[in-house]
Write a protein that binds this ligand. Structure first.
Ligand code: KG4
Ligand code: ZN
Length: 358
């Protein structure tokens, strides 16, 4: 089956056409991603209103290009998928409404995809990873360890109590006067810095749960920077290296806890899967490799363009859901907040409470 996917939850306007064979093997027929990074750079972060307007302006063209690149007409597709949340609500409305119109006009089913579910299922598109697996999702908006048990059956094992890891990288970059988005800049500076110069905390270290916390680390970094201001180039590099080292050690400890909980509840995962922009960081990749090796588990890290936000992951999640007969009504509402635990699948129907309430 062939599905068109639309992604507009943050600052990427993206559309893609993906094919899923009856054997479950996926193929990306086209993928178009228009980043709004330049529009937001001057503000040091994503401005929701600017993002929504930019999606409105670009989406039709992005979809038309995705369809043309795939060589498909609407007749030839089996469904239209859009990220229906979680995310910046203005953008989500633009993407979901557009998907509904295309679906309605062409008489195709709508699949309202949870953006996090799409990140979670990408490993099945790229590597055909079998269930159950352990997902580490670290982006600008999310930091979660998730047990991926089946399509629509996800259990969040741990999450951040405050900032996301990517957000902490971005805030560190802003504090040190580096550009936006901050992750790649901090990584570049860290490469020539001293990772043990500044004594930064490792929040939540040793706790039996799998939750993360990053805000204390960010505050400690600011205090260290203030102590030695004005900062030399070497100070900036050392602060970045010390910060990245702390983050990597936090990931190691928190994911160890997450994997332990996974094993107790669900047995061995088939793989440790990484997703989200932070997985592009080499030091983070190294620590994930170490963890996977330590646990005798395979590590799956999709290519960077599929780790960050894109339309192919939405189309793929749509195809996986469509293959199970999971489609959505035209009344489906966009959602700014939508936890993975709330996603519904075949094995996990809506809760009795929700059915009674709706
Ligand atoms: O998944 P993504 O493209 O977008 C969402 O947030 O959904 O992730 C972007 C985040 C940003 O916070 C960015 O700073 C971070 O991923 N990031 C990195 C690196 N590349 C991107 N963080 C650390 N090191 C990197 N090399
Ligand atoms: Zn994302």
């Amino acid at each position: 089956m062939v599905v068109l996917g639309i992604e507009t939850t943050c600052d990427e306007t993206a559309a893609a056409v993906v094919e899923r064979g009856n054997d479950g093997v996926g193929k990306i027929l086209s993928s178009v991603v228009l980043s709004q990074v330049n529009e937001h750079a001057a503000f040091g972060g994503v401005v929701p209103e600017i993002a929504a307007r930019a999606h409105v302006e670009a989406l039709d063209l992005v979809i038309a290009k995705a369809m043309a690149d795939a060589g498909k007409t609407y007749d030839a597709i089996d469904g239209v998928a859009a990220a229906a949340g979680p995310g910046l609500i203005g953008g989500v409305i633009v993407g979901l409404t557009t998907a509904k119109s295309i679906a309605m006009v062409n008489g195709k089913p709508l699949i309202a995809v949870n953006h996090l579910e799409a990140h979670a299922l990408t490993a099945r598109l790229t590597d055909g990873t079998a269930f159950p697996y352990c997902l580490f999702l670290a982006s600008g908006g999310h930091t979660q360890t998730v047990a991926v048990l089946a399509v629509g059956d996800y259990v969040r094992l741990g999450t951040t109590l405050d900032d996301a890891i990517g957000e902490a990288f971005d805030k560190t970059a802003k504090l040190l006067g580096l550009g936006y988005p901050g992750g790649p800049q901090v990584e570049k500076e860290a490469d020539r810095g001293n990772p043990v110069r500044f004594p930064l905390p490792r929040p939540m270290h040793g706790r039996p749960d799998a939750d993360f916390s990053l805000s204390g680390l960010k505050t400690a970094l600011r205090l260290e920077a203030e102590k030695i201001a004005p900062l030399s180039d070497q100070d900036v590099a050392d602060l970045c290296a010390s910060f990245q080292q702390a983050v990597v050690e936090v990931i190691l400890d928190r994911l160890r806890a997450g994997l332990r909980i996974f094993r107790v509840r669900y047995g061995e995962p088939t793989a440790l899967v990484a997703a989200g922009g932070v997985a592009a960081n080499q030091a983070v990749r190294k620590v994930l490799q170490r963890l996977a090796f330590e646990r005798g588990t395979a590590l799956v890290v999709p290519p960077p363009e599929l780790c960050t936000d894109n339309g192919a992951m939405i189309a793929w999640a749509g195809a996986e859901r469509l293959a199970l007969g999971l489609t959505d009504p035209m009344e489906t509402a966009p959602r700014a907040r939508w936890s993975l635990d709330e996603v519904v699948g075949v094995r996990k129907p809506p809760s009795v409470f929700k059915r009674l309430g709706s």
